[in-house]
Design a protein around this ligand. Structure first.
Ligand code: FE2
Ligand code: FE2
Length: 328
């Protein structure tokens, strides 16, 4: 059985046995404890996904049990449901006051209990997933920055490109889901630079043809690096195609116009704008308004005109300058 583990703390044996049978039938694993003290012992041995506890029990009652469970950091996130015959208002208030997740009064219907269990488990899983995704994004940004920092002159590039890209996408009315994929692409777009030798990456001034050819491999290298990670798949179009040009003169695939994935067409504007407006050892970055002019001039040749339009609108509203200031 691979279902979630439910710990039932209940002194009425007939009741707990009945509950166990019934919950096992719908696919859950169940452990029983006759009182709070025994419940704590069970928790030590194996952490359940949810706890259902009676209130009135010998040795240690449900309230004391609950308070002890919540003192241990690793147990604080386990959903806790009180299950009791005492429907008195006082008990409900004590239970809720302690911070229990829910309170079910006997007699309960099986459906009512099952719904409460499912809702609590789902909520806990959703929170865990959201936290995991956040941690994932943070780790990716750390990784991208680590690669970036080999090239000291482009520090902060990832953050700024992400910020500009988000502003342009909002201006174009992209959905939240599209924005999330775009952000992932923005974070990872230059990840293939990890394979570019240090002396090329950090070279002040113009690159030789060979060095340039080496540098131009980074989109393909990056896309190849993450090809087997399903969670990152959405970033591949940005990674592989952020150096394509609207007129088909870019790399690596010389795609043109609508054949370039939309996220890559958008990202390239954010990427090039940052490249123009940030300082290099051999030249100072352009002021923002000149950067905007330089992008606009290449509308339809280097860049998708629709993206440039949205970018120009965002500039007029001051949104690009704002993103520049915040992403630093
Ligand atoms: Fe790049
Ligand atoms: Fe870049």
């Amino acid at each position: 059985m691979t279902g979630e583990l439910i710990l039932i703390v209940e002194d009425n044996e007939a009741l707990s046995q009945g509950l166990r049978e019934w919950l096992q039938m719908v696919g859950y694993q169940v452990e029983l404890a006759p009182n709070g003290k025994e419940g704590l012992r069970r928790l030590e041995a194996r952490m359940p996904d949810i706890i259902i506890s009676d209130i009135t029990m010998p040795v240690m009652d449900g309230f004391e049990f609950f308070e002890l469970v919540r003192t241990r950091p690793e147990w604080t996130t386990i959903p806790f449901l009180f299950l009791t015959a005492r429907a008195e208002k006082k008990d409900v208030l004590i239970g809720k006051g302690l911070g229990a997740d829910d309170y079910i009064t006997k007699p309960w219907g099986p459906e009512e209990l099952l719904t409460a269990v499912r809702v609590k488990l789902k909520r806990t899983q959703d929170i865990a997933l959201a936290q995991l995704q956040l941690a994932y994004k943070d780790s990716l940004t750390v990784l991208a920055n680590a690669i970036e920092s080999r090239d000291a002159y482009t520090r902060g590039h990832v953050e700024r490109v992400s910020a500009y890209a988000a502003v342009i996408a909002r201006e174009m009315g992209w959905t939240e889901a599209q924005l999330a994929d775009l952000e992932l692409g923005a974070i990872l777009h230059d990840i293939g630079k990890i394979a570019v030798p240090e002396h090329i990456l950090g070279k002040p001034g113009k690159l030789t043809d060979e060095e340039f050819a080496e540098m131009r491999k980074h989109p393909e290298t990056g896309a190849f690096m993450i090809r087997n990670i399903p969670y990152l798949a959405a970033a591949i179009p940005c990674i592989r195609h952020h150096h394509e040009r609207y007129d088909g003169e870019g790399y690596p695939d010389k795609l043109a116009g609508e054949a370039i994935p939309p996220a890559a067409r958008l990202l390239t504007v954010a990427d090039m704008f940052d490249a123009m407006t940030s300082d290099r050892p051999y030249r100072e970055g352009l002021p923002i308004d000149e950067g905007v002019a330089a992008i606009t001039v290449e509308s339809g040749s280097h860049f998708d005109p629709h993206v440039v339009e949205a970018f120009a609108r965002a500039c007029q509203k001051g949104l690009i300058a704002e993103a520049h200031a915040t992403a630093g």
